[in-house]
Write a protein that binds this ligand. Structure first.
Ligand code: SF4
Length: 579
């Protein structure tokens, strides 16, 4: 089944920020955390937050005598309630969305100047309740153009909208207000995130057979998305989780559009997309889903990344001007496979959120996967012995480091004294250690052999492998940031933030490309280096594909990123046979 995933699906900026703030706080483990009302309207996420000790409080009176941190959610709260929280002694973490805070500020400044505020929105919505508080009693809430007639006579009227209001309804209300109050001050306060999401659903019209909207049944913006989709004449299914998909009815479709409310996490969207892709459309040939399934199994089992390592090692051999054999790419394949498979079993459950299908695959094939991982280690060490005692020693050290990377190394008694008990806990260590390990196995270990490559060539190969793997590894960290944040793994995007990480990756790609461009000019390596520049071009394309939302994290984007390794191998093969 073909899926068209909306670029705007999932957490908006405000929800993203609120979740990051709360999860970062929960991962510190410094006492209880309360949220004033549920953080977002998604029962699965709320359950998950509860499992991390984040407790929603519905009534402000419940805070009496409590100690810990109180989070103000993205909707914001009235100033009176903020005052009560402040005087309660609880530490306050304000996750009010900056766009909601802007509307609050507009209302406060205008009502202080004598304006009467009109808030277009749902009377009972927490954001609207919060906004009303900033008007100090001078606010009216309306939801339909006809209600403009019920407003009082005034010279000074301010009109704002709840940030998730329907743009069309707000336009109609604005028209009615202008007709009755020509001097009214009207602000366009509907959030772009909401508007763009609704526009994108409308744009599905004529391109998909139906739309699946993923999100909480109590989430206002998800419900509105459903209404917009239905209003555009699209057959629409509203689901909260993948298990609710109507597979029978979807099988009669050919292309399914998927979008999600602002409170739907990536892992849920991904799960829904994977489920739909797995449904065989009655109009679709059998080959498509079958190929997708095979690719997914190869990805989940880490065979794709291991073959990628083989491919990269093969092209590094050419870059180092060595005689081609299967020994060096083979050792890279076995080492990378073993480390990826064995570390999956020690990842504290991040994959449960990032890729539930993969987590299930690992649970089901636990024994054979573990066994194959151990065999791969032994295989890589057996080859290393043949390459000399120094190679064997270094490879043994790298295997031990790779395993202890995810294992606590601080003794149990001392753990309370250290924030980081494993190498993996050190912020950004995953990306760095992975790229260093690949680059060492592929280009530095051969320097210890009886007939080593030229050291300048090995250094250029090290630089190339390091930069390509660094970008690949960090991109996957970005795709998996929500799950990593939940389990408290401080990967690069969690430490630096997504924007800065993407900037760093672009810089690494450009520096890597310039390095490969300069290396043949100073005689360090041959002209094959120029050909490898293509890999940096596709790396940059992968970064942009994610940043510009040309592709959503999932099979296609992961295939594009992993494809860089195979491109390197193919370029090496062509160079070897044609040059
Ligand atoms: Fe903020 Fe817009 Fe999200 Fe509301 S929808 S929380 S205003 S980003």
């Amino acid at each position: 089944m073909k899926v068209k995933l909306a670029k705007t699906a999932g957490f908006c900026m405000g929800v993203h920020r609120a979740m990051d703030l709360v999860l970062n706080e929960a991962n510190k483990g410094e006492g209880p955390i309360y949220t004033y009302g549920p953080l977002i309207h998604n029962s699965q996420v709320i359950d998950l937050l509860k499992s991390k000790g984040v407790i929603p409080i519905e009534d402000i009176r419940e805070i009496q005598g409590k100690k810990g941190t109180m989070v103000i959610r993205a909707h914001g709260i009235p100033p009176g309630e903020r005052e009560i929280l402040r005087s309660s002694g609880l530490r306050i973490l304000d996750a009010t969305c900056p766009r909601v805070a802007r509307v609050q500020a507009i209302i406060r400044s205008h009502t202080r100047k004598g304006f009467t505020a009109v808030i277009v929105g749902d009377q009972d919505h927490p954001e609207v309740i919060g906004l009303q508080g900033y008007a100090e009693g001078k606010a009216h809430v309306i939801g339909r153009p006809e209600e403009v007639a019920t407003l009082p006579e005034t010279e000074k009227l301010l009109v704002v909208a709840q940030t998730t209001q329907d743009a069309q309804v707000y336009r109609e209300i604005q028209k009615a207000v202008r007709a009755r109050y020509p001097k009214a001050v009207i602000f366009d306060t509907i959030c772009d995130a909401t508007h763009n999401r609704q526009q994108e659903v409308k744009s599905f019209s004529g391109h998909v057979d139906c739309v699946v909207v993923v999100g909480g049944y109590h989430s206002g913006n998800t419900q509105r998305l459903v209404q917009v989709s239905e209003g555009a004449g699209l057959r629409t299914f509203h689901i909260e989780k993948a298990e609710e998909l109507d597979r029978e009815r979807l099988a009669s479709m050919e292309v399914v559009g998927v979008t999600a409310g602002a409170s739907t996490p990536n892992w849920m969207i991904k799960q829904v997309v994977q489920e739909i892709q797995g449904i065989r459309s009655r109009r679709e040939a059998r080959l498509g889903p079958w190929l997708r399934k095979v690719f997914k199994i190869l990805m989940d089992s880490n065979l794709v990344v291991a073959f990628g390592g083989y491919s990269l090692s093969y092209s590094a051999e050419i870059l180092m001007n060595r005689d081609l054999d299967f020994v060096h790419p083979g050792i890279a394949f076995l080492y990378i496979y073993a480390m990826h498979v064995l570390n999956r079993f020690l990842d504290k459950g991040a994959s449960t959120y990032n890729d539930p299908a993969m987590a299930c695959f690992y649970r089901r094939y636990r024994i054979p996967l573990m066994f194959s991982g151990i065999l791969a280690i032994l295989g890589s060490l057996a080859i290393a012995i043949r390459l000399g005692p120094s190679v064997f020693l270094i490879m043994s050290g790298l295997c031990v480091l790779g395993i202890i990377y995810s294992v606590p190394i601080v003794p149990l008694r001392r753990r309370r004294l250290f924030r980081y008990t494993k190498i993996k806990d050190i912020p950004g260590s995953k990306t760095l250690s992975e790229s260093l390990a690949w680059a060492t196995v592929i280009s530095l270990v051969p320097l210890l052999e009886p007939s080593p490559p030229d050291s300048s060539k090995a250094l250029v190969a090290f630089f190339a492998v390091f930069s390509i793997v660094y970008v690949r590894s960090a991109l996957f960290d970005i795709f998996q940031a929500q799950g990593d944040l939940i389990v408290g793994v401080e990967t690069l995007p969690i430490t630096l933030g997504e924007k800065r990480t993407l900037l760093l990756l672009k810089s690494v790609t450009i520096i890597g490309g310039l390095g490969l461009l300069a290396a043949p000019l100073v005689g360090a390596v041959g002209s094959f280096s120029y050909l490898l520049l293509l890999c940096y071009g596709t790396l940059m394309m992968s970064i942009l594909a994610y940043e510009k939302r040309w592709l959503y994290p999932g099979t296609s984007l992961e295939a594009l990123v992993e494809g860089n390794f195979f491109l390197a191998g193919c370029l090496g093969f062509l160079w070897h046979h044609l040059a």
